[in-house]
Design a protein around this ligand. Sequence first.
Ligand code: SF4
Length: 294
Amino acid sequence: MTNEWKHLLENCKLCPVECGANRLENAGACGVSGLHIAKYYLHPFEEPCISFKNGSGTVFFTGCNLRCAFCQNYEVSRAERGKAITPQELADIFKALEAMGAENVSLVTPSHLIAYLLPAFEIYKPKIPVVYNSSGYEKIDALKRIDPFIDVYLPDMKFYSPTLSKRYLGKENYFDVASEAVEFMANSKPLKMTDDGKMLSGCIVRHLVMPLCTADTKAILKWFKRSLPSDTYLSLMSQYTPFGKIDGMPELSRPITAREYNAALDTADELGITNLFTQERKSSNEKYIPEWDY
Ligand code: SF4
């Protein structure tokens, strides 16, 4: 890696955690020092304009700067799995995904790895759209560095309430940080679609409907409507699946109910949100959890 990016890792403040780890020697609070991946493949189950015909060329990175109690990919996000690669090898993966016919290259949980993504893009910028699939817990100055290489933002917007954010994500300031980051993302990429419905540029905000969180979902949707450009898409997800290590949170031990998801759909309708992706409630199962390769 060139010295240009190394300094970002010596006293790492790339993400809002700002833990200051020297990642040239040790892992930070995100669980990793270097660049690790758990899988890359053609993902068929993203939003239709992202998976489109052949599937989204998804790269799952190891580590995460959030600690979601309900994480469905916890083996990867907690850095229990993954294989170390170099930026050159990541650039080769971009080329391999293109050769496989991927509709785009989608970077999953990339925010703690921006210092490794930048040199990979300098080696090879894919000719297909690049999707930045993030938790939303991001710093604007880090986003500005990676933004020239991104075509589509696919951020989560998880919780509005500081109390819920602290309980479920370990970050009381989640909404304040993520709303600013997502507003940057949505304003950065005007919507462009092909005539047959593939997204070339734009922003899709994902909100996972959670058990007993109807009022919080309503607050998120109101923020979405009043704060983001009208061409931004909302993806209202019903796929919450109790899975993994959820200790001491019995309210998370069940999927959402039809009533909870319908309440979210009704709110979107009342607010006039028409750029909307929805899911069948049967989406709540483990088919959305990939089999990890590394
Ligand atoms: S990216 Fe990782 S090491 Fe850097 S500040 Fe965030 S948690 Fe700490």
